[in-house]
Design a protein around this ligand. Structure first.
Ligand SMILES: *Cc1c(COP(=O)(O)O)cnc(C)c1O
Length: 223
């Protein structure tokens, strides 16, 4: 029997180019549903809370080919846990946090893959660098040799229409290309983590390489 989660995953996959990584966002999603997603071929899971993720990771520890992506706001006192529990951190949002992760990573000999969270448009509800702030910090970021900076993570502000949303994603792609051209040490810009349930098709059209999908795969979250 094919589960509804498996069907939804298959449907979404048909819409995604093979090169786009599907990250199943499983905040507030049960371990049983995560197992269904795994059975349907998902290997990348995104969580936004360290503690919630730890509980699920313990229950899924017999599965060794899951890649864990941290996508939530990372408090500095949880940086060490994030490093130990996740291979990817999409939501790196300040130089201070980057430097903290860098110190911790060198101590424990880990080299996390990270995305820099950027606000293309100002957004009081989101953390991350504005574009000018990011350019100001790139030099220091490129000294973080234990971080594998792979690209940008972008969440458009709420309330934009389709063309405005698409424009944000395109600007993100152009920004990544511009930074890539600077050829800074330890900074790669091949990854664009952008696109959620309501806007992933636009994100993919604009060049997303990783989409982070929750509700489209698992249904609405309880409020
Ligand atoms: C919750 C969340 C998602 C998934 O959102 P959906 O609308 O459920 O697809 C993606 N990215 C981040 C950062 C999130 O917090």
């Amino acid at each position: 029997m094919t589960s509804s989660i498996a069907l939804r995953i298959a449907t979404v996959r048909q819409q995604l180019p093979a090169s786009v990584k599907l990250i199943a966002v499983t905040k507030q999603v049960s371990v049983a549903a995560m197992r269904e997603a795994y059975a349907a071929g998902v290997r990348d899971f995104g969580e936004s809370r360290i503690q919630e993720a730890a509980v699920k990771q313990a229950q899924l520890q017999n599965i060794c080919d899951i890649t864990w992506h941290f996508i939530g706001r990372l408090q500095s006192n949880k940086a060490k846990k994030a490093l130990e529990q996740f291979q990817w951190i999409h939501s790196l949002d300040s130089l201070e946090l980057a430097q903290r992760l860098e110190r911790l990573a060198s101590k424990v000999n880990l080299r996390p893959q990270v995305c820099l969270q950027v606000k293309i448009l100002s957004d009081p509800n989101k953390s991350g660098w504005t574009v000018p702030e990011l350019f100001a910090d790139l030099g220091e970021l490129s000294l973080c040799q234990n971080l594998q900076i792979q690209g940008l993570m972008v969440i458009p502000p709420l309330g934009l229409n389709e063309s405005e949303t698409f424009d944000v994603f395109q600007q993100a792609r152009e920004l990544a290309a511009k930074i890539q051209q600077m050829s800074l040490p330890h900074i790669q810009m091949q990854q664009l983590s952008m696109g959620m349930s309501d806007d992933y098709q636009l994100a993919v059209r604009a060049g997303a390489t990783m989409v982070r999908l929750g509700r489209t795969l698992f249904g609405e979250r309880p409020v």
